[in-house]
Design a protein around this ligand. Structure first.
Ligand SMILES: C[S@@+](CC[C@H](N)C(=O)[O-])C[C@H]1O[C@@H](n2cnc3c(N)ncnc32)[C@H](O)[C@@H]1O
Length: 334
């Protein structure tokens, strides 16, 4: 039953009718066993039963957002916090098989918080070459009286072959506001002066402080307890895959990886044990057919947080410029 929402709350909901429709799009492990194709699907099953049914080396990019070592209720299915050793055993149950699904020149990202990050690093290093650790400053987090508020996550970046992997830094440049605009001979040095402010294009570092956690006023928001932002996944997909590549997520949740892959013209395959989450993923995928926007990413550029007004001003300026260009092109035809 959909929850009562405030008028401006844009959190995704499904009517019972929609739920009946969406579940028909979801694939099961039994369907895979009977020869159903895995590309561009949401698979509702335990990842352990799905992995033997998927071909080896089918994915160009794998994004893993596993249950962290915390007690968490995923729609009735509880993941219980455990000792570090037991958590590493849990990772070793599936990670080697997941890595087997990656192409020899593919890349893999794995997310975690401060508590499980050491286990992730150790178990991942048993399988792959770790080439970076991204820290995402998450902004949201519960305050505590006897400890520091938890507001960061890690994303481990690993490859099979450090001499042969794809990385497109140009696709993930950031548009940053210039704090101290420096000029030479009166002209901006490496920055641009626009009606909406002064900006510089910069290469991204491994510290990400420009991404908010999805919240109720964002159309991408669902009731999933640990949903990742589309903007964060877009950076991983744009940097580490090409259009047409295959992106695999073995713990799909509300569908973020598949949705962003579809918006960015990649193929996708996601596995999620909870049927309702699979329906949310399918509804988001259906919506992504008409709406390919990713909040915080516009015109091939990542913007800083809280810059929606500048983004809109910039978009209007570009539309006016394009209209003027096409008008003058038409005029020159006569
Ligand atoms: C951290 S969440 C992923 C959230 C996701 N990145 C998103 O943006 O919504 C982990 C997900 O793994 C699912 N899960 C847990 N154990 C699983 C298993 N054995 N097989 C498949 N999915 C599983 C949970 O139901 C949960 O939705």
């Amino acid at each position: 039953m959909p929850k009562e929402r405030a008028a401006r709350n844009r959190t995704l909901t499904l009517t019972p009718d929609e739920e009946r429709t969406m579940i028909q799009h979801v694939v099961t492990d039994d369907m895979l066993r009977h020869g159903m194709a895995y590309a561009d699907t949401t698979i509702n099953a335990d990842v352990m039963s799905v992995l033997p049914l998927l071909p080896d080396a089918f994915a160009d990019l794998i994004i893993i957002d596993p249950p962290y070592n915390l007690t968490k209720d995923f729609n009735g299915s509880k993941f219980a916090a455990r000792t570090n050793e037991q958590y590493m055993d849990f990772l070793r149950q599936w990670l080697p098989q997941v890595v087997g699904k990656l192409k020899p020149d593919g890349s893999l990202y794995m997310c975690g918080d401060w508590k499980c990050t050491a286990a992730l690093q150790q178990v991942l290093a048993e399988q792959m070459h770790i080439i970076n650790r991204i820290t995402w400053q998450r902004e949201k987090g519960r305050g505590a009286l006897t400890n520091w508020k938890n507001s960061m996550e890690d994303i481990w970046f690993a490859v099979k072959d450090p001499n042969n992997y794809y990385f497109n830094v140009e696709a993930v440049k950031m548009r940053r506001q210039v704090i101290a605009p420096y000029r030479t001979n009166g002209k901006p040095k490496d920055w641009e002066e626009t009606a909406s402010g002064n900006f510089r294009m910069t290469y991204p570092s491994n510290f990400w402080d420009d991404i908010s956690v999805p919240f109720w006023s964002m159309p991408e928001n669902t009731d999933h307890p640990t949903q990742k932002p589309e903007k964060l996944i877009a950076k991983l997909i744009l940097a580490s895959s090409r259009e047409g590549d295959m992106v695999f997520d073995p713990f799909l949740g509300s569908g973020t990886t598949s949705v962003v892959a579809k918006k960015l013209k990649r193929h996708y395959c996601g596995v999620e044990i909870n049927a309702e989450y699979c329906c949310w993923a399918e509804k988001r995928l259906a919506m992504a057919t008409a709406d390919t926007t990713i909040q915080g990413y516009a015109d091939g550029v990542f913007w800083e947080r809280n810059t929606l007004t500048q983004q809109q001003t910039e978009a209007k300026r570009k539309t006016r410029k394009n209209a003027a260009n096409s008008a003058s092109a038409q005029f020159s035809l006569f």
